[in-house]
Design a protein around this ligand. Structure first.
Ligand code: HEM
Length: 128
């Protein structure tokens, strides 16, 4: 149940942050409080990734590599997001923005992979 909610939350939080991020990117909003909201949603997104990674690790056939992978990717997303505003200003800032987006995509990828592995593990355990 908790894992199912985390799996759904992962997608919803990703979409909310993608929309907010694109609004920032194309200067549709003046950022301000919305940036804080974006960071808060992003931290929840990372928490979901960690939870899914741990959950799949505790089921039948779970992968320790995936547990570590979710932990590392989640940590990089959070730390990069927290410091990114102060990284490379000016013309090259788009590189930082693209890396930030790619990290978020890696996050949803590894989160989805964990959720799928968790489901397979539960199904294998109940079939046994
Ligand atoms: C679901 C995960 C996330 C997605 C899809 C996402 C997406 C984006 C996008 C597309 C942008 C605009 C381009 C840019 O400035 O880089 C952005 C900006 C930003 N993001 Fe994220 N992000 C996510 C997670 C996070 C996290 C975890 C943090 C920090 C804890 C964070 C902090 C920021 C900051 C500070 C900005 C710059 C906002 C500004 O221009 O004032 N993001 N994000």
């Amino acid at each position: 149940m908790v894992v199912r909610v985390a799996g759904m939350a992962l997608r919803i939080l990703f979409v909310i942050n993608l929309v907010l991020g694109l609004l920032f990117w194309f200067n549709v909003t003046d950022n301000g409080g919305l940036t804080l909201l974006h960071m808060f949603v992003g931290i929840l997104f990372v928490a979901c990734i960690w939870l899914l990674g741990l959950a799949q690790g505790m089921t039948k056939g779970g992968s320790l590599g995936l547990v570590i992978g979710t932990f590392v990717v989640g940590l990089i997303i959070a730390v990069f997001g927290l410091v990114q505003a102060s990284l490379v200003g000016g013309a090259a800032h788009w590189v930082i923005q693209v890396i930030h987006l790619l990290l978020a995509l890696a996050g949803i990828g590894i989160g989805e992979a964990s959720a799928a592995r968790y489901k397979r593990g539960v199904a294998a355990a109940s079939a046994a």
